[in-house]
Design a protein around this ligand. Structure first.
Ligand code: MSP
Length: 630
């Protein structure tokens, strides 16, 4: 039995939980449920990050004390996770005494060891990020994340000698390729480390900020919020009780890419300096965007999407988040895409299978002893199940939820075809075919049993309903997920309406960005420099096909100069794929990659739209693909 201790970021209490927070917590929950299924000792931690300037500011603006404000939002997080069926073992709040004690102990230890010194620093500070920006990071004099003006702050503070660990950290990352995954984020951290690493200011004077943990060696200062927050992962399991003993050595973190630097640079150097074993692995996922823009309260676009859990059910929401995002890459959220997935994968593929199989078994079973007449088609199901399980095991090693689900859906597809081909309803009409019917029903019951287990981490409610319908008792283990051993047909009750279809006529609310649409500006004019950031180019369409299960999306293979890339365009309702091949279009060439319905899109095709007519931008004279458009 191996031990697995997984953490989510502890979320700021300046705003209520939104889709982005739910995504990380759901991913962590799916992973922990999976590891429990494997029989591992699992500990799952989440919580809230409650100190710091920005919390003090929002509390003041709301006319509340920081503590009252933090209490309210921390409760909202706890309630949300409860409602979403999140199986965390603990919820840590950085305002708790158990945490404060550990932070102060570590600070004192570092101070005594000479790892912390008193000094002066002047620099450009972003209150939103609560950190200083180096000249290189600043874009047009503004915070690259918030696009707000930075403040020059010069003050005396305590500093952690982080610079001292630069060479060590580079070597550690080079020697341990799996320390940060996926690889692109390990490379990104190595990228940060190509610049000289500065020492880290780890305090804030109480004259400016009181809402924090006092430094144990100077009560005129409180601890910098990141130094305080990162230690939660350690403080939560340092109480010395039975429940948490021996966990630390197994800790893995799951975070979004926005907080890579604190987790990839500050945190390992802090641990190293404090003589605490390093974390096992840092797992980094990409970002969800909504209609092409970033989703975050502080950037000003509040996300309503979270309410979708109530509208479509927890499992459907959870499935969408896990299935649609390629781990490590960004993804685009839309209600339309969620409904497409719900109808195609859940209502159609899984829901129909559960309903058909359970109805057939309920009608033809139970059978105490099924004749051992196994045919090739039954063996194929057993093989497909073994392959699906292997795919899940492989994918979950690297948090690739989308691949795990694709593996399970390949199995569902195979079983659906098996039902069609073996036609049990026809077998039932002929008494001579009863032995074959019984074998088919046993295979179907077996398949439902298999799904009741392997779906558990991803669709816990649906998996439980399937298990209940087939009367699967006993402990839930991955080991038991094997098809081909069943010699009887159990008593099964019909599974109906596992995932009711949703009418797709004009779902209200958010929708995926379409060509020609994007983030709207602040309403004002933009500077030429802003426009020049957008790289528009001519591209030639080499191939086009529909994205499976999507009404709107086409997958295009395009040539941009020397380069060939894949791009997803929302024009399937307006253009036949074949009509696009060979055409030259205009694309935004420097968009971050995003995943739409499981396909990675690298760029965006431009089109004009008016009252339902969509018209692609093409050229009135021929120029080579790759030409710049300006
Ligand atoms: N308090 C810090 C983390 C301290 S951890 C020691 C913080 N909090 S936060 O509330 O801003 O949460 C950031 C995290 O929320 C991201 O790393 C990610 O896990 C999740 N997400 C928030 N918005 C997100 C998206 N739009 N998309 C995906 N995940 C996002 O940073």
């Amino acid at each position: 039995m191996s031990t697995f201790y997984l953490t989510t970021p502890i979320y700021y209490v300046n705003a209520r939980p939104h889709l982005g927070h739910a995504c990380t917590t759901i991913m962590a929950d799916a992973m922990c449920r999976y590891r429990r299924l494997r029989g591992d000792r699992v500990y799952f931690l989440t919580g809230t990050d409650e100190h710091g300037e920005r919390i003090a500011q929002v509390a003041a603006a709301a006319g509340k004390s920081p503590r009252a404000y933090a209490d309210e939002i921390a409760a909202a997080y706890q309630e949300t996770w409860r409602r979403l069926g999140i199986t965390n073992d603990d919820f840590i709040r950085t305002t708790e005494p158990r945490h404060k004690k550990v932070v102060q102990e570590v600070l004192q230890r570092l101070y005594d060891a000479g790892e912390i010194y008193f000094g002066e620093y002047g620099g450009w500070y972003c209150y939103g990020c609560e950190r200083f920006y180096t000249e290189k990071e600043i874009v047009d004099g503004k915070c690259p994340d918030h696009q707000t003006a930075l403040t020059f702050i010069k003050e005396k503070n305590y500093f952690f000698r982080m610079s001292k660990y630069q060479t060590w950290l580079i070597k550690h990352l080079e020697d341990n390729p799996g320390f940060i995954q996926p690889d692109r984020y390990r490379n990104e951290v190595l990228g940060f480390l190509r610049e000289p690493l500065q020492d880290l200011s780890i305090s804030r004077p109480t004259s400016r900020l009181e809402w924090g943990i006092p430094l144990p060696f100077d009560d005129k200062y409180v601890t910098y919020v990141w130094f305080d927050a990162l230690l939660n992962y350690y403080s939560a399991v340092s109480g010395g009780d039975e429940k948490t003993r021996g966990l630390w050595e197994h800790v893995e973190h799951l975070i979004g890419k926005d907080i890579l630097k604190p987790h990839g640079v500050y945190w390992p150097t802090m641990l190293k300096a404090a003589g605490i074993p390093l974390y096992r692995r840092l797992n980094v996922h990409g970002y969800w965007s909504l209609g092409g823009s970033k989703m975050s309260k502080s950037v000003g676009n509040v996300v309503e999407a979270f309410q979708l859990t109530d509208k479509y059910g927890h499992d459907a929401f959870r499935y969408f988040l896990l299935r649609e995002m390629n781990f490590g890459l960004d993804a685009s959220f839309s209600e339309e895409a969620l409904v497409d997935r719900l109808n195609a994968d859940l209502a159609n593929d899984l829901g129909n299978l559960a309903s058909r199989a359970s109805t057939l078994i309920a009608a033809g079973g139970p059978v105490a002893q099924v004749p051992a007449l196994v045919e090739a088609a039954d063996r194929e199901i057993a093989t497909a199940a073994a392959e699906a399980r292997a795919a899940v095991e492989r994918a979950m090693e690297e948090f690739a939820f989308q691949k795990a689900l694709a593996g399970i859906w390949a199995f569902i597809g195979t079983v659906n075809r098996y039902v069609d081909a073996s036609a049990p309803w026809a077998l039932a009409k002929d008494p001579a075919k009863r032995p074959r019917l019984e074998r088919v029903l046993a295979t179907l019951a077996d398949s439902l049993g298999f799904l009741g287990i392997v779906l558990d981490p991803f669709l816990p409610d649906a998996a439980r309903k399937i298990r209940e319908a087939i009367g699967a008792g006993g402990p839930l283990t991955l080991e038991a997920a094997v098809v081909g051993r069943l010699t009887s047909v159990p008593r099964v009750s019909k599974i109906s309406g596992l995932f009711p279809r949703v009418d797709t006529k004009a779902p209200p609310g958010a929708h995926a960005p379409r060509p020609g649409e994007g983030a709207k500006g602040a309403g004002g004019k933009i500077a030429i420099g802003d426009f020049q950031k957008v790289e528009l180019r001519v591209a030639e369409v080499l191939a086009a096909e529909r994205v499976p299960k999507s009404k709107k999306l086409l997958k295009l293979s395009i040539r941009v100069g020397e380069e060939t890339r894949t791009l997803v365009a929302g024009v399937a309702e307006h253009y036949e794929p074949a009509a696009l091949v060979g055409r030259k279009v205009v694309i935004v060439a420097n968009l971050e990659p995003a995943t739409l319905m499981g396909v990675e899109s690298n760029g965006m095709v431009l089109a004009a739209s008016h009252e339902g007519t969509v018209s692609l931008l093409t050229l009135d004279k021929d120029v080579p693909s790759g030409s710049k458009v300006k």
